[in-house]
Ligand binder design. Sequence first.
Ligand SMILES: [Zn+2]
Length: 318
Amino acid sequence: MASSPESLSPASSLISYTHSEDEIVDVTVTGVEGDNSANISTSFYPGSHSLESDVILVSNDDVMFCVHTETIANVDKNAFASSMPPHMPFSTGTARGAAISVNEDSTTLSIILHAIYGTSSAHYSLGLEALLKAVNHMPHHGIVPEKLITPTSPLSQQLQSVVPYYPIEIYTLAGHHKLEFLAQRASSHLLSFKMHTLTDGQAEKMGPSYLRRLFNLHLGRLASLKALLTEPPQRHPPSKHCTFHDQERLRRSWSLASAYLLWEARPDLPVGVIQTTLDSLIKVMWCEECKTASKARVRDATFRWASVKVGYFLFPSA
Ligand SMILES: [Zn+2]
């Protein structure tokens, strides 16, 4: 909600305050005359940065953040434009000395400001919901997430740290905001994802392009597995110990074992399962030449299955 910037009272130079490094907002600021008080961020308070702040953002739960117009405008000249009167974005410098109400809760605003400043908010032990909300709300404040969330940015590191626990949530977020590196990071954890559990909301949010990539990831892996398993061991010249028909029987057994593996195959089928299933077939072979060829075939299939890159299926042009 837009509101007129108010003049910054000299209170910031008169107040006394304490702060804790452990909480986002637990500080009560009291004027020297004791007639007013406010909460202030423990990361963005007067003196928190080497350069003196020149504007205060106030969240909708009444927490103040002392920030710098130039830092914010450098990230995105439209940042927080919706909170400013028309024709007064941060880039014009007219916000200096103002207290600006931002229609956002203090936790979300804190995460967004940390992202703008390139600092980490990980010490607040934020949950998934808080991180997702902050990224999803950036566009509400005129900020393009792609500008702030790069492979090495602190917020990106925080998102990547929860990928193993919430891969589809992070993939959906990445798809919605076109954060390809993050989608790739999530993809390696999506092999065991049950596609039938994908919700309409997730499909709609990630968009058709990333939805197609997710299907390709699963179908591509399964097609690759099929190609690896259906190729039987090499024949050897027939002998009286192992005739052409003996070798045909071996190839049929191989096909049956492969069909068994493919019947329940998942994109995350462990290499060990392939190895164990085919090894049980090799154990009952009496021909040493067939055994050697089969062992080589198993080694090749398991090596290639372990080497198949997930990213290739998601991003074949990469
Ligand atoms: Zn043989």
